[in-house]
Design a protein around this ligand. Sequence first.
Ligand code: GLN
Length: 490
Amino acid sequence: MSNEILNLNLIEIAHLISTGEITSLQATQITLDAIEKHNPNINAYLSVFNEQAIEQAKKVDAKIASKQTIGPLAGVPIAVKDNMCTAFGTTTCASKILENFHSPYNATVIEKLLAADAVIVGKTNLDEFAMGSSTENSGFAQTKNPWDTQRVPGGSSGGSAAAVAARMCYAALGSDTGGSIRQPASFCGIVGLKPTYGRVSRYGLVAYGSSLDQIGPMTRTVGDAALMMNVIAGHDERDSTSVNADLAPVADYKADLCGQIKNLKIGIVTKFNEGATPDVCGAIKDAIAVYKSMGAEIIEIDMPHFDYSIATYYIVATAEASSNLARYDGVHYGYRNKDADELVAMYSKSRAEGFGQEVKRRIMLGTYVLSSGYYDAYYLKALKVRNLIRSDYTNAFEKCDCIMMPVAPSTAFKFGEKTADPLQMYLSDIYTIAANLAGVPGISIPCGYDSQNLPIGLQIFTPAFTEHKMLKIAAMYEKNTNFPKLPEMK
Ligand code: GLN
């Protein structure tokens, strides 16, 4: 019985709770039990709010019993990545420097989840400050991929992806600066959506690359992602980069899912779709054939600047990170070295001891590209290339409704396989990073399994602020195939 409940998707469980067929307390208790059973092995969560979750579940049940109006996520256990501020528990960003940090406020997305009557069960593991592609850079724990525990779950939202796949929650929030929602979603066989830059408020998301970061849903189905978008999308006056509703109204993403798009034009770059491992290439080809069978037309497009996206990203993102992470000085936030006998030594010891290796590497890279003499050669040049990458998308969307390509060049890799060579790790984001530079939305949906039964993801992009269309295109595929499947949990 409890497995049947855990296997339900978000829309299904929300429906059963709202109609009183099961209580939120039951669903929450079953989820907390699953966390207790699987988290010691999978390490998806850094913190779990047992008592608070039970209390919230009871509150929602009381609301339902007394026929009060309830929110769309009423009583459903949800997880959030531990780089989103919560006024309860800690917000660590998986960094020693924030190990004991208690945020005085909730991020806007947290407020929105609570307003939708969700039960927040815990906060999930990530690469320190969201810098990484495997969650191996976490300062606290190694999250395992529920499909094969010898392998990484992807990153940086690896904890959220593993929690959703392993049925330790019904949906989770992740953040995506260069692929951190889509790539772990692909590695764990779930759906991950990076919204358009400006669609979801970043208020209370601990900043990594402020011009790239977006929060988005990680779920088991496309419909569930749409429901989550209904809850989190929209303008927020506390985030000046969130777009005004007059300019880009928020759609009812869930209601928009029905029906098919006739004469869908899909843009592909053959070179990209043939650049991944043979199993990934095969699955992408098959997925595109499914669309063809639904009447879609495939159009070859050109994205001439795409190849520069990794280089551009590692200048822009590190520049922004070096500035954003300057605030961790042992005074304003978090860890402080207590032995230093003067101020500068205290700053430098606190940072040296508090930050992990990859974070230090990025701060140094970012400081370098912003320093006088190098600013024009690197940072300014990168901004120009960023514009060209953006125009690749704009030009492509004149010819097609959406673009399809793999999410990642391979399926989940083994622990330690890429840690010795940062460039190899960076290259695992080759297909995802350009969307952040351009600001366009992207979704990862399960589209097959490799010879070792590891999930493969198909990536779909549509123009800025057309998440409703992107979700609809993704739903067309999901309805016509039997994905997603879930890993067996023993
Ligand atoms: N893997 C990329 C990085 O290391 C992207 C991470 C992310 O999207 N947060 O920066």
